[in-house]
Design a binder for this molecule. Structure first.
Ligand code: CA
Length: 479
């Protein structure tokens, strides 16, 4: 039996040898493990073209080169025969890091644009529903007495005040530019049922009787031409906020200008410039790294502190410039954030902080206000809300707002070259009214506008450009 098996094996071997191609190899593979390879000639193919030989050697050489390159890029052996190549490693890393940074910035910008698009789609659907609702109502048989026109905000609708049925019987429709201040349709009278659906639950807290230190205050009557001070150097500065402390505190002087570029996923750099000249030259004298990230363009500067909204939260932070640390933090009660109630341009502009003659303010909205602008005066030390007003202005229907002498002004469009400041709300009387004050968006994408009390100007950030506007108030001196 054993002999028979031996003979069969010999026969097989002889037959394999006769084919002249069978072979067995043994060797270590790339991982160091033993590998056996048994090769038999194919019954249909007598040989592989160029098997082994020069092609295999070429592949081995290229593989070796690739291994060396991978090793360098991954921070491996920097020495070796190609030591000269290691000099290029820092440059490669820098380029890689820069490319990754730019990719992150672009991703952030993409997110913002997607959010803006969603917001616009929501507004469009809302307006279409509103239009259908209005169309379904019969026209009145007689022409109604036209009450004062409601404020019109950049293509949106305003909420009528609760209980004020004499107000806002009219609905305005935007023109193509989104500026609709001159369009009205007096025949569109809203019935009581639909009207109720639009109402915000307004509970306005009355302003205190009398006023404090309003010297030099008055109503805004005109805004000058935009003056450009600086263009941002890179995409991080497409949007941003710039500020000047009207009550500066040592170690920084009253001329100090502050700036935050707000494009990116980790916004924490606060640049300080000694004065406007240094700002226009782009030479900061101070760069502070904030302990927590900044959300959007609503920051402001007051009494030696930066006030800002922490990213993805309704938390307000007071950052003390002198000690370079957080001095106070507090949630702004019920405030929408991170795209819940932004201005019409989006950009997570849910909470807009500013300073005027009467102190520190926050402009935002809440679920209770259903998207209408809420104004709160804040304690600058503790960030507590001292007093609140709920307006009838839908926040996502205006491009931005600013406060001068306790009066909130809204801007109709952030893109139209010639737009309007179209509404004013006075916290002293808790009343609002439409206004028509021309404003120019020179660079067609205004992402921040605030009143600066130190220079009595409007500060704005318009599509990479830091600009200011002179303003005129109705009464420059009261006393
Ligand atoms: Ca603002």
């Amino acid at each position: 039996m054993f002999l028979l098996l031996l003979l069969s094996l010999c026969a097989l071997l002889l037959e394999g040898h006769a084919q002249d191609r069978a072979a067995l190899w043994r060797g270590n593979d790339r991982a160091g493990r033993c590998q056996y390879t048994f090769t038999v000639q194919s019954p249909t193919e007598t040989s592989c073209p160029q098997a082994g030989g020069p092609e295999l050697e070429g592949l081995k050489a290229r593989l070796s080169l690739l291994e060396v390159l991978v090793s360098r890029l991954s921070g491996g052996d920097a020495g070796g025969p190609q030591g000269a190549g290691s000099r290029g490693q820092p440059e490669l890393r820098d380029a890689l890091s820069k490319a990754v940074g730019e990719r992150n910035l672009l991703q952030g910008e993409k997110e913002r644009l997607e959010q803006e698009l969603q917001g616009l789609q929501r507004r469009m659907e809302e307006m279409m529903r509103e239009t259908e609702r209005l169309r379904s109502r019969p026209c009145p048989l007689h022409t109604p007495i036209v009450p004062p026109s409601p404020p019109v905000q950049g293509g949106g609708l305003l909420r009528p005040a609760a209980g004020s049925s004499s107000m806002s019987h009219l609905v305005s429709r935007p023109n193509r530019q989104g500026d609709s201040s001159s369009l009205r349709d007096s025949t569109w009278q809203i019935g009581s049922q639909g009207f109720q659906e639009l109402k915000a639950e307004v509970t306005e807290v009355p302003a205190p009787v009398g006023s404090e230190d309003l010297t030099g205050c008055g109503d805004l009557i005109s805004v000058g031409e935009p003056v450009t001070h600086r263009k941002a150097d890179n995409i991080e500065g497409k949007y941003g906020v710039w500020m000047q402390d009207p009550e500066a505190v040592s170690p920084y002087g009253p001329n100090m200008i502050w700036r935050i570029d707000t494009v990116g996923s980790d916004i924490r750099k606060l640049f300080g410039y000694d004065d406007m000249v240094q700002l226009s030259k782009g030479f900061p004298s101070k760069v502070l790294l904030l302990p927590e990230q900044v959300e959007s363009t609503g920051s402001t500067m007051y009494r030696g502190s930066l006030y800002y909204q922490r990213r993805r939260s309704r938390t307000l932070i007071r950052y003390d410039l002198a000690s370079e640390s957080t001095a106070a933090r507090r949630d702004l009660p019920h405030a929408g954030f991170h795209g819940q109630f932004p201005y019409s341009w989006g950009g997570y502009t849910d909470i807009d902080l500013s300073v005027d003659e009467q102190g520190l303010w926050a402009v935002y909205s809440t679920n209770k206000a259903k998207g209408a602008i809420v104004i709160s005066q804040l304690d600058p030390h503790s960030l507590e809300v001292k007093r609140s007003w709920e307006t009838q202005i839908r926040k996502n229907s205006v491009a931005n707002s600013f406060i001068i002498c306790g009066k909130l002004y809204t801007v109709a469009s952030y893109t139209a070259a010639n737009t309007m400041i179209n509404y004013m709300y006075d916290t002293e009387t808790s009343q609002g009214k439409p206004v028509s004050i021309p404003l120019k968006n020179k660079y067609h994408y205004n992402s921040m506008i605030d009143y600066n009390r130190a220079q009595r100007k409007l500060f704005a950030w318009d599509n990479f450009h830091i600009v200011s506007y002179d303003i005129r108030l109705s009464r420059q001196q009261v006393n």
